[in-house]
Ligand binder design. Structure first.
Ligand SMILES: *[C@@H]1O[C@H](CO)[C@@H](O)[C@H](O)[C@H]1NC(C)=O
Ligand SMILES: *[C@@H]1O[C@H](CO)[C@@H](O)[C@H](O)[C@H]1NC(C)=O
Ligand SMILES: *[C@@H]1O[C@H](CO)[C@@H](O)[C@H](O)[C@H]1NC(C)=O
Length: 453
């Protein structure tokens, strides 16, 4: 071989090796892998930290959103088919005098109270620090859930127990024998949240249409949500992930495959264990988001006096009682009938919006009449995760009562929860006269990219 050819081949080989080492660990992500101690550390110290070793950045955390873990045992530990524990826990340092480890668990409601759980704490050197008993707090009202949330809580911990906690195992044995797989521990402490306002879709879904999800994400973003959390079942159609992918890549949407279903559990649960989804979303966002809205896929918090939700929240914070509240409660407004917003007609008549078709428009542009559903369990809320231990979709169940009031009822003139249930024409729950609303028109241009002059 000629020298030049040899040189060329050598350079080519070097380039190839460089590319392989540069990109391979990031691309060939084995999402089936269980949480290793390394990924435990990476996630304990939070995704915001930029000063990890270079290799840590490339480590996939199998529990992170958007990674689609496809193995239930990465997400849950099965004590029995009647009692499962989430494989992610929280070292709650919100109250420096009462630091504890908190785990989320789900119990088949018909089987009564779960068994006693013991907790073994490990530090970052993988050394066992202590074996502790725990208390269990029911985080659910009598509802339609078949499996209900229990918050598992350690007793208050000493500084030497929490100094460098990395993961825990659980056991039904007093001496912490027969330990489970490791459970990642995330630290929840008093630091400024990364985001001001986020939204949780407060049920786990499998079969929601990609269009409904996409329309929901778009309006919530325009309303001011910086980040949105969705809980989907692994078997959700690929098209759902396809519409979410651009938002996931930008860090605006996070998805977790929730997988609370047989064969892990003995029977199906209402929306895959809704009380678990709600608490998971609140704990996950405890010090990531200052205000967290809990909504269904056909609901939106709508400010009536402000251009977006963060502006409305800013004004609420000037009210003493609201400032002290752990949750903001909004009346449910039932959007009904089939009268589209006037801007839709204008847009269709305008020459500038060729691509616009009525059937592809989101439902929230096609209803302009509403009435209010007062009383009953229909209100929706934006919570301050910092205040919460457990919650249901309409109210806080347990919260930091030494620091917060339970709730502040937002006046109907300031904000409502708009509810667009499909096929809703004559809803009996309505107790107020029907009115017209055109608030949603102001988001039309940004969402449809059709500008009506
Ligand atoms: C799930 O993943 C874990 C960890 O990688 C593995 O040990 C286990 O066998 C897997 N379980 C199933 C049911 O695939
Ligand atoms: C710690 O906080 C929990 C949850 O609010 C409470 O039940 C418990 O009594 C507190 N313990 C102490 C020692 O303050
Ligand atoms: C539309 O989007 C632009 C650019 O992001 C933003 O400045 C504007 O406030 C939005 N309009 C409304 C009504 O939210």
């Amino acid at each position: 071989m000629k020298f030049v050819t040899k040189l060329f081949l050598a350079v080519l080989l070097a380039l190839l090796l460089f590319l392989v080492f540069r990109y391979a660990p990031g691309e060939i992500m084995d999402t089936r892998k269980g949480p290793s101690i390394k990924s435990t550390l990476a996630s304990t110290y939070g995704e915001e930290e930029e000063d990890h070793m270079h290799t840590d950045k490339l480590l996939p955390d199998p529990l992170r959103h958007g990674q689609y873990p496809n193995n239930q045992s990465d997400l849950w530990i099965q004590i029995s088919k009647e009692f499962i524990i989430r494989r992610l826990g929280y070292l709650d340092k919100r109250d420096g005098n009462n630091v504890s480890i908190n785990l989320l668990s789900m119990q088949y409601e018909k089987k009564g109270h779960p068994p006693a759980i013991f907790l073994k704490i490990y530090d970052k050197y993988n050394q066992a620090v202590s074996c502790l008993s725990t208390s269990l707090e029911l985080g659910s009202l009598k509802g339609r859930d078949t499996y209900v949330l229990y918050l598992i809580r350690s007793p208050p911990l000493m500084p030497d127990q929490t100094g460098s906690v990395s993961h825990v195992t659980i056991s039904t044995n007093k001496q912490c024998l027969a330990e489970s797989d490791s459970i990642l521990i995330r630290i929840v402490e008093d630091k400024p949240p990364k985001y001001n306002f986020g939204i949780c879709l407060h049920k786990a879904f499998e079969n929601l249409s990609p269009k409904v999800i996409h329309d929901w994400v778009k309006l919530n973003m325009e309303l001011g949500a910086e980040v949105i959390m969705l809980y989907l079942q692994m078997k959700a159609p690929q098209e759902v992930y396809n519409v979410l992918r651009p938002y996931i890549d930008k860090g605006r949407v996070e998805v977790l495959d929730w997988q609370l279903e047989p064969p892990l559990t003995s029977v199906d649960s209402y929306y895959y264990g809704q009380t678990g989804v709600i608490s998971e979303c609140i704990w996950e966002n405890m010090h990531k988001v200052k205000y967290l809205g809990l909504n269904d896929a056909d609901e939106f918090f709508v400010p009536l006096k402000h251009n977006n939700i963060p502006d409305m929240l800013r004004e609420l914070e000037t009210i003493e009682e609201a400032r002290r509240a752990g949750s903001f409660i909004f009346t449910n407004a039932l959007l009904r009938g089939s009268k589209a917003l006037p801007i839709v007609t204008e847009a269709l008549n305008s020459k500038s919006c060729d691509g616009l078709r009525v059937d592809s428009l989101p439902v929230y542009f096609k209803r302009s009449e509403y009435c209010l559903e007062t009383g009953g369990q229909s209100v929706k809320m934006i919570v301050k995760p910092d205040a919460v231990f457990t919650a249901w979709g309409h109210l806080l169940l347990s919260y930091r009562s030494d620091k917060y009031l339970k709730e502040y009822i937002v006046p109907d003139t300031m904000g409502l929860s708009y509810h667009y249930r499909p096929g809703w024409n004559d809803y009996k729950g309505c107790t107020t006269p029907i009115k017209e609303t055109r608030i949603i028109e102001k988001f039309f241009t940004n969402i449809t990219h059709c500008s009506v002059l």
